[in-house]
Design a protein around this ligand. Sequence first.
Ligand code: FMN
Length: 178
Amino acid sequence: MSTLVILAHPNLETSRVNKAWKEALEQHHEVTVHDLYATYPDFKIDVTREQQLLVSHDRIVFQFPFYWYSSPALLKEWQDVVLSYGWAYGQSGTQLHGKEFVLAVSTGGPADAYRPDGYNRFMMEELLSPFRAMANLTGMTYLPPYIESGVRTLTAEQLELSARHLVEHVTEVHLIRK
Ligand SMILES: Cc1cc2nc3c(=O)[nH]c(=O)nc-3n(C[C@H](O)[C@H](O)[C@H](O)COP(=O)(O)O)c2cc1C
């Protein structure tokens, strides 16, 4: 099972969580970490290269810090240009069919903020539904996301544990196949 992690963090130098996740994921022999902001600082995405990367992996992971209830902008641009009609969806757009899709998201807000009675009002499940819809339209199986909430207060030990759990989550073959 080969896994492609598409990482979108605009400022990895100041990151704690996504940097720790990236470093842990890079240790795994079946995981390719693809850092979008490092590869395309000018937002000019090489669509052919991205599509080849997708085709050559079985499981696709989007890893990012939650920004305004969604992903950082480059990942949205990536979706807009890479997941094209006739390639990822629509007539003969079957290139991603049968692949698995996993989200790995860190949030500044604590878990209890993401409830109808919390200050963010909506569940993470609801806020992440555009990604689920994307997986559905492109024929990928949406697997349970890995969400680390309230990350500002994570201790060094919790951070290390989080990275270990993330690697287990995204590489676990039986994860979750239903
Ligand atoms: C522009 C911006 C928007 C953000 N929006 C949200 C948000 O909508 N919800 C949330 O819980 N945290 C939000 N945050 C906090 C980030 O999710 C948090 O800093 C990040 O997950 C920490 O990961 P890192 O250590 O890898 O940078 C935002 C941060 C920035 C800079």
